[in-house]
Design a binder for this molecule. Structure first.
Ligand code: FMN
Length: 143
């Protein structure tokens, strides 16, 4: 099974989650400058929210994806206040005809005085559990 992890992270919070996800999925995490160049069974895709929306890099990355290569996506994300990152990514992926797993992972990410130390070890353990469950669901042929 071919599994890839991609993320966009300005401050490193989402990168931490990406690395926990990648470790649990026995692969490595790459940022959104790395294109998908061959078919993948499961792409873990992470992003966060800046100024109440997704970063342009995240949106552009999703636009670069094709259902011919990306069979399933599992989303993860961090933000400080609103939780619109994962639903926003899911919408764009659906518009491209790329299936998105029902289960996604979200946790708070440190921002100025808010959520110091997040994602923390507990968040990262939950992210790893999410990743393992997503891999298993694809192995089992479900969603
Ligand atoms: C410029 C900027 C704008 C942000 N705007 C929002 C926002 O509108 N809503 C929100 O929930 N979090 C906002 N945040 C907080 C980030 O979503 C949060 O810190 C996230 O974990 C950052 O992920 P990263 O470290 O992977 O870039 C903002 C952060 C920055 C730096």
């Amino acid at each position: 099974m071919n599994i890839e992890v991609r993320f966009y992270s300005r401050g490193g919070n989402t990168k931490k989650v990406a690395e926990a996800v990648a470790k649990a999925a026995n692969t490595s995490a790459k940022d959104c400058s790395a294109p998908i160049t061959e078919p993948v069974d499961l792409l873990f895709l992470g992003g966060s929210v800046y100024g109440f929306g997704l970063d342009e890099n995240t949106k552009n990355y999703i636009q670069s994806l094709t259902p011919a290569y990306v069979k399933n996506v599992a989303l993860f994300g961090t933000s400080a206040i609103v939780k619109t990152g994962n639903p926003g990514m899911a919408k764009l992926l659906s518009e491209k005809g790329i299936p998105v797993l029902e289960n996604s992972f979200y946790c708070r990410g440190e921002f100025t005085f808010m959520h110091k130390g997040r994602p923390n070890d507990t968040d990262l353990k939950k992210a790893a559990d999410f990743a393992a469950a997503a891999v298993k669901s694809i192995q089992d042929g479900g969603k």
